[in-house]
Write a protein that binds this ligand. Structure first.
Ligand code: MRU
Length: 358
């Protein structure tokens, strides 16, 4: 299966829609198995998001948009009350699947707004419009990622070493990724970047997903354990860090995969620029600072017996936040599809978010 994006990415798409079903690449099984979940009910979509079958902020939003459509498509006949009640209930259920990525709420809000704009029309028409809206969210995400890639590329140079954390690649989006988009574009231009992928404890998105998709693309990627980032920086092998984000607060604080903050501090200590690739759908002007971003805590078993092998004593206390906050002062620039934002972020983010979408 290939993405129809104008660029033939080497890995299968994270989210697809075929024959009235939502297809989600089950990322829990990568890199060894390529298996798609075929979903027809919103509860299945919610579960797939919660259990990380689909993950990465933009991909979560896209999946939820289709999930909302699946929720209302079987409301029978012209029962308006049932339709709107089902829409709101499904929206609430999907909206609580994961707390940190704001793209989830962004996509659901956009879907509900679309439905509201057609209030009074035949329900069949509204349902059809919702499916088209979910398709548009997916299509636009690929375009947004490509633009982020172009802006990000202007900050890199041929021959550089680039370190990334977690997976903000094609598997986390409709195509290209956010943080990984410039790496794909660099490859198209014949540049030789050397990428270091943090393995990203505890569920190894860096090892299982980033290393997988970059390797499939023929990009020079070296996998390192999270605790090796300082060493490769000290050796002078890294000239830029680029990561994705689940939510950027109005002051420029950034939520991303746990461990990102540590990487940012290390980058500062070594004089290396730390870039955050953020589609505007990840920027939340209603959340004033990083302290206001809800951080998901995940089950202890991810740490004590990841992938089925017990590596800690039974019953040990575990702290397992899925994300951390990197304070704005550590961020060299935020790269959006509308351009590169430099500090002071409060002003820059406001300007970019007020820009009418092109
Ligand atoms: O828990 P995950 O795998 O959903 O976390 C993903 C990340 O932290 C990504 O960096 C972020 O969502 C950006 S994806 C373009």
């Amino acid at each position: 299966m290939r993405m129809k994006t104008g660029m033939d990415l080497p890995h299968p798409p994270a989210v697809d829609w075929k024959e009235d079903r939502l297809l989600l690449l089950d990322q829990r099984r990568l890199p060894t198995e390529t298996v798609y979940l075929e979903l027809t009910r919103p509860e299945e979509v919610r579960e797939a998001i919660r259990e990380l079958a689909v993950r990465g902020a933009p991909a979560i939003g896209i999946a939820a948009a289709y999930g909302l459509y699946l929720g209302v498509r079987d409301v029978p006949g012209e029962d308006e009350e049932d339709f709107w009640e089902t829409l709101n209930r499904t929206c609430d259920r999907l909206g609580t699947s994961r707390p940190t990525a704001v793209n989830l709420h962004w996509a659901l809000r956009r879907m509900v707004r679309r439905a509201e704009s057609l209030r009074g029309k035949p329900l069949s028409e509204i349902k059809e419009a919702l499916l088209r809206e979910a398709e548009a969210i997916r299509r636009e995400d690929a375009e947004v990622c490509r633009r982020i890639g172009e802006h990000a590329l202007s900050l890199l140079q041929d021959g550089m070493g680039v370190l990334t954390h977690c997976n903000a690649g094609g598997l986390a989006t409709a195509a290209y990724g956010t943080a990984l988009a410039p790496l794909y574009l660099a490859k198209e231009r014949g540049w030789r970047l050397k990428v270091f992928a943090d393995e990203t404890r505890p569920v190894l998105q860096g090892a299982r997903l980033t290393a997988y998709e970059l390797k499939q693309a023929g990009i020079d990627v070296t996998l390192i354990c999270d605790n090796m980032a300082a060493d490769v920086m000290r050796r002078g092998w890294v000239q830029a860090v680029i990561v994705g984000t689940d939510r950027v607060a109005a002051n420029g604080d950034v939520a991303n995969k746990i461990g990102t903050y540590g990487v940012a501090v290390l980058a500062r200590a070594h004089g290396i620029p730390f870039y955050v690739a953020a589609p505007t759908s990840s920027i939340d002007m209603e959340t004033p600072t990083g302290a206001d971003i809800p951080i998901e805590e995940r089950p202890a078993e991810e740490v004590t017996q990841g992938f089925g092998k017990r590596t800690a004593p039974e019953g040990v206390a575990v702290y397992n936040p899925a994300f951390d906050i990197t304070p704005a002062e550590y961020v060299t620039a935020i790269i959006t599809e509308r351009g590169v934002i430099r500090p002071p972020y409060a002003e820059g983010l406001r300007r970019v978010m007020e820009e009418p979408p092109k």
